[in-house]
Design a protein around this ligand. Structure first.
Ligand code: UGA
Length: 355
């Protein structure tokens, strides 16, 4: 059984399961920087936590949360707010290994949600922009947009469906059994620690890291179905700033609510992303030659991901809830986000390096 360091009992304690993930690691850093909370983190590895490991208000347990349920229950009991961030969130895997996605994303999170209910702990749960699926609305609204998924053979939607079910379960526990909760929906968060840029397997990363990886390694950039589909890219630092406000929950303003977190002003097609990335590489003298050699080609979704793939053509968040209730707006534009990501990978500059 894990033993917790005695921290200051006056202070709020936040439990982050999946603390070494993309959102988790940035959130730990931001919480340490901007609040006086004490944080417990759990993850299988700690490679993204270099700048926060060993900090006084951060206690980290390197372990498998799925295999150590009793420990996780103890950690839940010892905290005030729980963020279950453990999930597979890579579209290639939704198609290639949907059962693994189900087991991890659904089964293990249901257990944690039930622990929160049992021990009366507040849960702040990551839903996803993917729940809206192929919704035709100009901008997706948390309370009025429909959630539109494809047929069962289109396995890509398993992640969306799992997250929707968890949203509905948490909502039901909240309304019928007293669970204190907030759901948040990230819209294409991007940042330096998103995926491993050195990973070689095609489709193992989200689009921005995949494209940067391909440029770096002289491989063609592949636009799935022509790359006209659009996403609203949101810089991680803006995203976690909103999550911090949700955790702070001033006067209970976030209780029982859903928040889209995204940057509606930065809607760009995948093709445009490829072009901007190549152009951005030109600005780094040591890498400009790679930009000159970059090749952009088109590939079908079936070829790239498999027959179970289907895509959302547009995905724009309405962020009125986050603006009006939390007082949050995104600040970082697309080109600045890309510069920060490339500065990290190509020059080793890291905004999260010093606290
Ligand atoms: C992502 C993932 O499902 C989750 O990480 C997350 O919940 C959600 O969106 C989000 O961040 O809001 P998606 O936007 O499709 O889904 O993620 P990417 O893998 O980054 O793909 C974006 C677009 O680029 C897709 O249309 C995809 O087909 C395209 N793509 C991807 C390419 O054209 N080429 C590639 O090499 C990779």
């Amino acid at each position: 059984m894990i033993e917790f360091r005695t921290m200051n009992s006056e202070k709020k304690r936040i439990l982050i399961l999946g603390a070494n993930g993309f959102i988790g690691s940035s959130l730990v850093w931001k919480l340490l920087k901007e609040t006086d909370y004490e944080i417990t983190g759990v993850d299988l590895s700690d490679n993204k936590l270099g700048c926060v490991l060993g900090r006084e208000r951060f206690e980290f347990f390197k372990m498998d949360a799925i295999k150590n349920k009793a420990d996780i229950e103890e950690a839940v009991k010892n905290s005030d707010v729980v963020l279950p961030l453990i999930a597979v969130a890579t579209p290639a895997l939704y198609v290639k290994d949907p059962v693994r996605v189900y087991n991890l994303d659904f089964e293990s999170n249901v257990d944690v949600i039930r622990m929160c209910l049992k021990h009366k702990k507040r849960v702040v749960f990551p839903s996803t922009s993917e729940v809206y699926g192929m919704c035709p609305d100009e901008a997706f609204d948390e309370y009025s947009s429909t959630l539109v998924l494809g047929p069962i053979e289109k396995e890509r939607w398993i992640y969306s469906c799992i997250k929707q079910m968890l949203d509905r379960l948490i909502w039901a526990y909240g309304n019928h059994e007293g669970l204190q909760f907030t759901l948040f929906r990230p819209f294409n968060f991007i940042g330096p620690r998103l995926d491993d840029i050195r990973a070689t397997k095609e489709g193992s990363s989200r689009v921005i890291t995949q494209f940067a990886h391909n440029i770096l390694n002289g491989k063609p950039i592949k636009l799935v179905n022509g790359g006209l589909q659009k996403r609203c890219f949101t810089y991680i630092d803006d995203g976690v700033e909103c999550i911090v406000k949700i955790i702070q929950n001033k006067d209970g303003c976030a209780d029982g609510r859903i928040f889209n977190i995204g940057n509606p002003d930065e809607e760009h097609s995948v093709k445009e992303l490829a072009e901007v990335l190549v152009e951005s590489f030109r600005q780094y003298p040591d890498y400009a030659a790679l930009a000159e050699k970059a090749v952009i080609e088109t590939v079908s979704g079936d070829e790239y991901y498999g027959a179970g793939y289907q895509d959302a053509q547009r995905r724009v968040p309405s962020i009125g809830q986050a603006k009006n209730i939390l007082g949050w707006t995104p600040k970082t534009d697309f080109k600045t986000s890309i510069k920060k990501i490339l500065d990290y990978h190509l020059l080793g500059k890291d905004d999260e390096a010093c606290l």
